[in-house]
Design a protein around this ligand. Structure first.
Ligand code: TPP
Length: 256
């Protein structure tokens, strides 16, 4: 199975978007080999931004949406054919700034799609402006004196909206990211995965995250919403990775 295309990769050399691409290709390969996925039924959709180029490098069915509209486009794809496995790639600018309400409503409706958020904490393609996920004090072309806003917490927002699968991973951990992608793609319902993705050109956080992530303990109560909310709100030295929450509920496409 050939999942690569002939398109020349134009991400900055060393960009962790490439490790997300590798993790995703590996996730697809394993799911196909395990008999859990037919690649003909897979749709990979992306928004606009550096992350959005991922569809150029994937030999699956692909769709690139308008900026901020990938989640609503994916909702339409899933409604038209609920048998498809629909995976979306989005940026923190794309879905937490530009297309925020689409994301909220897809989570609330439990649309059966996976949303992989490339969280590089900046609008990278347009050269490093602050998004709503940039840390306070972030300096870029739109905030030369430093952003005054506290960053939003995407996992807390998704839990509050009713997402039925909520997880976080780190782009430079390819096996860990692959495993979480596989779990999300097999989840029936709305699966949201924050992928911490250092932007090596405009906000290089590699040194920090390479030494400051830790996995949730195996026995974490993953069906307990209060436990998940408390965990994702924790402020501590190390950033927690893993699946914080997973429950089964009727999906939007089942209900309609
Ligand atoms: C409606 C609309 N507004 C603005 C833009 C300009 N634009 C293109 S990419 C981009 C930033 C994307 O940032 P993000 O979603 O975080 O993705 P990244 O480049 O960081 O992967 C913007 C603002 C656009 N293409 N369309």
């Amino acid at each position: 199975m050939e999942l690569s295309t002939k398109a020349k990769i134009t991400w900055c050399p060393g960009c962790p978007n490439a490790t997300i691409l590798v993790a995703y290709r590996n996730a697809i390969t394993e799911l196909v080999n395990e008999g859990k996925l037919n690649v003909e039924n897979l749709v990979s959709a992306a928004g606009i931004g550096c992350h959005g180029k991922i569809t150029d490098y994937l030999n699956t069915n692909t769709f690139e949406a308008l900026h901020g509209r990938v989640v609503s486009s994916a909702t339409g794809i899933k409604m038209a054919n609920p048998n498809l496995n629909v995976v979306t790639f989005t940026g923190d600018g794309d879905s937490l700034s530009e297309g925020f309400t689409h994301l909220l409503h897809a989570a609330e409706r439990n649309v059966g799609i996976s949303v992989f958020l490339h969280n590089n904490e900046t609008f990278a393609l347009t050269t490093g402006q602050a998004t709503f996920l940039s840390p306070k004090g972030f300096k870029g072309p739109s905030t030369p004196a430093g952003s005054v806003d506290e960053p939003m917490n995407p996992l807390h927002i998704m839990l509050a909206m009713g997402a039925t699968f909520v997880a976080r991973t780190y782009a430079l951990n390819i096996p860990g990211t692959k495993n979480i992608m596989k779990a999300a793609m097999q989840h029936k319902g709305f699966a949201f995965v924050e992928i911490i993705q250092p932007c090596i050109t405009y906000f290089d956080t590699r040194e920090h995250y390479n030494s400051s992530t830790e996995w949730l303990p195996e026995d974490f109560p993953r069906t307990d919403l209060s436990a998940a909310i408390n965990k994702v709100r924790e402020i501590k030295e190390k950033t927690t990775l893993g699946i914080f929450y997973q429950v089964q509920k009727p999906t939007f496409e089942e209900k309609i």
